[in-house]
Design a protein around this ligand. Structure first.
Ligand code: TYM
Length: 342
């Protein structure tokens, strides 16, 4: 799928477009890295790429303003530390491009109440934040559709938990195209074969989450070496003894996935490496592999994050480039919808 080029236009080969984003609701986790960020880094050279920090989505859950402001910059810096090159990709903050909320409204009026009610993330999040089940949480996936359709993204690199939102996005694109006339690209999800759902270290049948109240369950990209080693050492496995990839043994399978992603080894190689060895040796190797892998990322992160003016300038440049494109698409959408041109 990677590297397919669109037909020639005006004598030029146009690259296909990817767009993705993450919420600045906490530090990024190794789950988000494995499911999404690492693929952004790989795909950015083959696609025209846009990556945003989705701060508008973040306020569907109560946020402290100062923390949200800080984390928005933290997340942008982590994108760059992980390998997003702002000279290659357009890197921006969602709220800096007001067209996202403008398209959101048009799409909201095309979305059925029942469609939003069926979203499993809404059900999960409203159960988790029972004291604040706001309408934004309910309409959240429509704003996500606006993020994607505003740039006519062909491909959306995300983890497994976003599949249903992508399906809604595709339906909305098709609906708009049908009711008015062909306007939006119908995007495809890009969900990796390995790492699309990294599991909690403490409850391996549950997704690793940045908001898990149990700190031991989640590896954050900014964790220290000691924290990483300790979390992996305490990871829940099972009563077995062999290091073999088996989805019915989610704790071991999850650690194997993390080891595979951080070392580049296949499951077969890992099984050979640990034949005859026990969980203690395996966990030790996994912990050290993650440490070795994340240390340079963390060092780059500290350097990038320490120059806030430069970071903000990069984001401003990104927002300007994104707006330029977004404005054109929104103008077209408004016209087709029947709004008098301003
Ligand atoms: P968010 O912020 O929850 O997560 C960001 C990305 O990380 C992936 N991810 C995981 N992948 C594997 N294992 C895990 N344990 C794991 N946890 C998270 C997510 O699938 C996601 O790709 N709604 C989105 C943000 C968004 C967006 C968009 C994404 C807003 N607009 C437009 C793509 C395009 C979200 O909440 O992601």
């Amino acid at each position: 799928m990677v590297g397919i080029l669109a037909p020639m236009t005006e004598g030029q080969q146009q690259k296909k477009v990817i767009l993705s984003g993450m919420q600045p609701t906490n530090d990024l986790t190794i789950g988000q890295y494995c499911g999404a960020l690492r693929n952004w880094v790989e795909l950015q050279h083959e696609y025209e790429s846009l990556f945003c920090v989705v701060d508008l989505h973040a306020i569907t859950v109560r946020q402290e303003p100062a923390k949200l402001r800080k984390r928005t910059l933290d997340v942008a810096a982590m994108y760059m530390a992980a390998g997003i090159d702002p000279d290659v990709s357009t890197l921006f903050v969602q709220s800096h491009v007001p067209e996202h909320t403008q398209l959101n409204w048009v799409l909201t009026c095309l979305t059925g109440f029942g469609e939003c009610s069926r979203m499993t993330q809404f059900k999960d999040k409203s159960a988790m934040h029972a004291d604040n089940v706001n309408v934004g949480l309910f309409t959240y996936p429509i704003l996500m559709a606006a993020d994607i359709l505003l740039y006519n993204a062909d491909l959306v690199p995300v983890g497994e938990d976003q599949r249903q939102h992508l399906e809604l996005t595709r339906n909305l694109a098709e609906r708009f195209n049908f009711h008015y006339s062909p306007t939006f690209t119908v995007p495809e999800p890009f969900i990796p074969k390995v790492g699309a759902k990294i599991m909690s270290l403490q409850e391996p049948e549950k997704k690793m989450s940045k908001s898990d109240p149990n700190e031991k369950a989640t590896i954050f990209m900014v964790d220290t070496d000691e924290q990483i080693l300790s979390k992996v050492k305490r990871a829940v496995t099972d009563s077995g003894t062999t290091i073999v990839y088996d989805e019915k043994r989610p704790g071991v399978a999850n650690l194997m996935t993390l080891y595979s992603i951080t070392t580049g080894k296949s499951n077969a190689e890992i099984e050979r490496e640990f034949a005859g060895l026990g969980y203690a040796e395996f966990k030790d190797a996994v912990g050290h592999a993650i440490v070795t892998f994340l240390r340079p990322v963390r060092e780059r992160y500290v350097a990038i994050r320490s120059d806030e003016d430069a970071l903000k300038a990069t984001l401003k440049r990104g927002a300007e480039a994104a707006r330029e494109r977004a404005r054109k698409v929104l103008r077209k959408v408004y016209k087709k919808t029947g709004f008098v041109e301003f």
